[in-house]
Design a protein around this ligand. Structure first.
Ligand code: PEP
Ligand code: MN
Length: 344
């Protein structure tokens, strides 16, 4: 259910509605917008009837939300959400480029790549300290030591950090060290992890599961938001298909499909999406052309020595070109590259 307040409703009137909903044992999620505040109501309704708030002062209307997802929908919030990641806005009129290695391997490797991401015009830095690998014998990441390296990179290069959490223990540490918590494709439906991410302080980048539908992706975002963390970004990273010329198939049409029904920003990851270095640049161009709010790409200065995902890592020089071309294509659409943080 959605309670839509009058344009001129006072904060006290909003508060009175919130208190009433909470008294019924339900959860109230005030959603301020450019023109009006709405209050999302979630929880198991049972015999409680929250529609009684219709007669409260300042209430314009009460709408039953028919889709399974509520807080993520444009019905709840017509304007685009802009998520602030360590000082960089994601969503709205700006587009961003997130770059970095698949995994944090050593301090030197991470610093070398970070320097090129910053110089090339990337806004955010990525790199896994906890790697969910198909084989238990593959490199699993440096753990907390990797997070310490990332935190130092942030200070040295003024690059906010996006890094993955794979369970509750790593989520607590990522929340502490990083600027954005990535939930990977393999954990998109780890509902207890999603709830924990919903109670974390940092924004969440939620990647689409490799066989997840649009509705499943949105419901996973709903899990995070229903716990009170409204700073959620989605990421299309390719889905499994019969095509064997790429690792996955980047489903670019999900971008306009999401934009129609959700206010959340959406990025595209053509690195995992294609698994092939030579496809990352063309698919990045395409992602911006279909309206993505940015791209997330894997970059390595020595991809042949990378401990994971070397074949899909682009070289730093290609990253420079990618940022330039993303900016040019965004310009055609009346958008522009979000400014990176100024060096402090
Ligand atoms: C990653 O971004 O490093 C990663 C493991 O991605 P995904 O969860 O999309 O496979
Ligand atoms: Mn990877």
């Amino acid at each position: 259910m959605l309670v839509v307040m009058e344009a001129g409703a006072s904060p006290e009137q909003v508060e009175a509605v919130v208190r009433h909903i909470e008294k019924l044992g339900l959860k109230a999620h005030p959603i301020p917008g450019a023109h009006r505040t709405a209050i999302g109501v979630t929880g198991t309704q049972g015999s409680k009837n929250p529609a009684t708030v219709e007669n409260f002062p300042g209430v314009k209307e009460v709408i039953a939300v028919t889709q399974a997802y509520k807080l993520v929908s444009r019905e709840a919030k017509p304007d685009d959400t802009i998520v602030n990641v360590g000082g960089v806005d994601v969503g709205g009129n700006g587009v961003i480029v997130v770059g970095g290695p698949c995994a944090v391997e050593t301090s030197d490797q991470t610093r070398t790549i970070a320097e090129r991401i910053k110089r090339g015009g990337g806004q955010l830095f990525r790199g896994g300290a906890y790697k969910p690998r198909t084989s238990p014998y593959s490199f699993q990441g440096l753990g907390e030591q990797g997070l310490e390296i990332l935190a130092r990179v942030r200070e040295e290069f003024d690059l906010p950090i996006v890094t993955e959490a794979i369970d509750d223990a790593s989520l607590k540490l990522v929340d502490q060290y990083a600027d954005c918590i990535q939930i990977g494709a393999r954990n998109m439906q780890n509902f207890s992890l999603l709830k924990s991410a919903g109670r974390a302080r940092k924004p969440v980048l939620l990647k689409r599961g490799m066989s997840a539908t649009l509705e499943e992706l949105l419901l996973s975002a709903e899990y995070i938001m229903s716990e009170g963390n409204y700073n959620v970004m989605l990421c299309e990273r390719g889905v499994r298909t019969f095509s064997d010329h790429t690792r996955n198939t980047v489903d670019l049409s999900i971008v306009p499909a999401i934009k129609r029904i959700s206010h959340l920003p959406i990025l595209v990851d053509p690195s995992h999406g294609t698994g092939k270095r030579n496809k990352v640049l063309p698919m990045s161009r395409a992602a911006i052309a279909v309206g993505a709010d940015g791209v997330l790409v894997e970059v390595h200065h020595k991809p042949e020595e990378a401990l994971s995902d070397g074949p899909q890592a682009i070289l730093p020089d290609t990253f420079d070109q990618l940022v330039r071309e993303v900016d040019a294509i965004a310009g055609v659409l009346g958008r522009s590259l979000q400014p990176a943080l100024a060096a402090s």
